[in-house]
Design a protein around this ligand. Structure first.
Ligand code: THU
Length: 141
């Protein structure tokens, strides 16, 4: 029987990453920790910009760091904020994670450090993806 990996350590690394959040506008601080297939961890925090729309979420900071360092295979991402409850990812991050990491485990961490694990696919059913682009390419050639 497959054993679900322990995500407690990943959650703790997300909590540490949250300390580096740059959130002077919303004051909503978020930390993320992305686990690669080789059990390395890339962390991220949200980074807010004065023209608010340029803000980057913690999840995207983490995955862009990992991709830019040559990592391409992932197992899970843990996310935590100062909200005592669980923090679900925004729609933009769901798409970015699905494209770049696939159907990984999304580990929501609450203020007590408790975790709730959801498959990314359950957070983004019927996702748009590269496969959709490929189908139209075939038709036009
Ligand atoms: N935010 C994240 O970094 N990740 C999430 O999963 C939810 C939202 C950030 C974006 C913005 O800096 C702040 O939280 C409030 O939306």
């Amino acid at each position: 029987m497959a054993v679900r990996p322990a995500y407690k350590q990943l959650a703790q690394l997300a909590m540490l990453a949250k300390k580096r959040a740059h959130a002077p506008y919303s004051h909503f601080r978020v930390g993320a920790a992305l686990l690669t297939s080789e059990n390395e961890v890339y962390t991220g925090c949200n980074i807010e910009i004065s023209t608010y729309a340029l803000t980057v979420c913690a999840e995207r900071t983490a995955i862009f760091k990992a991709i830019s360092e040559g990592r391409t295979k992932f197992k899970a991402i843990a996310v935590v904020s100062d909200d005592p409850g669980y923090t679900p990812p925004c729609g933009a991050c769901r798409q970015v994670l699905m494209d770049l990491a696939g159907n990984i485990d999304f580990v929501m961490v609450n203020g007590r450090g408790a975790t709730k694990v959801l498959k990314l696919k359950s957070l983004l059913p019927h996702a748009f993806g590269q496969k959709n682009l490929e189908r139209t390419k075939k038709r036009h050639h």
